[in-house]
Design a protein around this ligand. Structure first.
Ligand code: ZN
Length: 117
């Protein structure tokens, strides 16, 4: 499933449609890679009329590290905790702290290796 598809699914599950389904809500959310309990984080994504792309270094890192498979539940690159003029669309994402920490470490090492600080 693509990252965009994953986020859409999270959005649908977070809505009121399924709020009456206690059995579904109590299902543990475990990262399939790390076996860690995942948590929901609220923040902001770019407004629908704002076009954003990840930086070139991040794209290169993503491909080189196979990050979608190794860190599938890291915080998405376009996610911000603070609202700005462009990042004005409130979203919730389900993240694995281990995916996020491991991806951050790998990205820092990748940039260092390439001489980018
Ligand atoms: Zn994980």
């Amino acid at each position: 499933m693509s990252r965009a598809g994953f986020l859409l699914l999270v959005g649908l599950l977070g809505g009121n449609t399924l709020s009456g389904c206690a059995a579904f809500q109590s299902r543990p959310k475990i990262c399939p890679v790390h076996g860690e309990q995942m948590s929901t984080v609220r923040g902001f994504a770019p407004a629908t009329d704002v076009h954003v792309d990840p930086g070139e270094e991040y794209l290169d890192f993503s491909i080189a590290s196979n990050s979608d498979k190794r860190y599938p539940n890291a915080v998405p690159w376009y996610f911000l905790t603070d609202k700005t003029k462009e990042w004005s669309r409130a979203i919730k994402v389900v993240v694995c702290r281990k995916c996020e920490a491991d991806q951050n470490t790998a990205y820092e090492q990748y940039l260092k290796k390439r001489g980018i600080e």
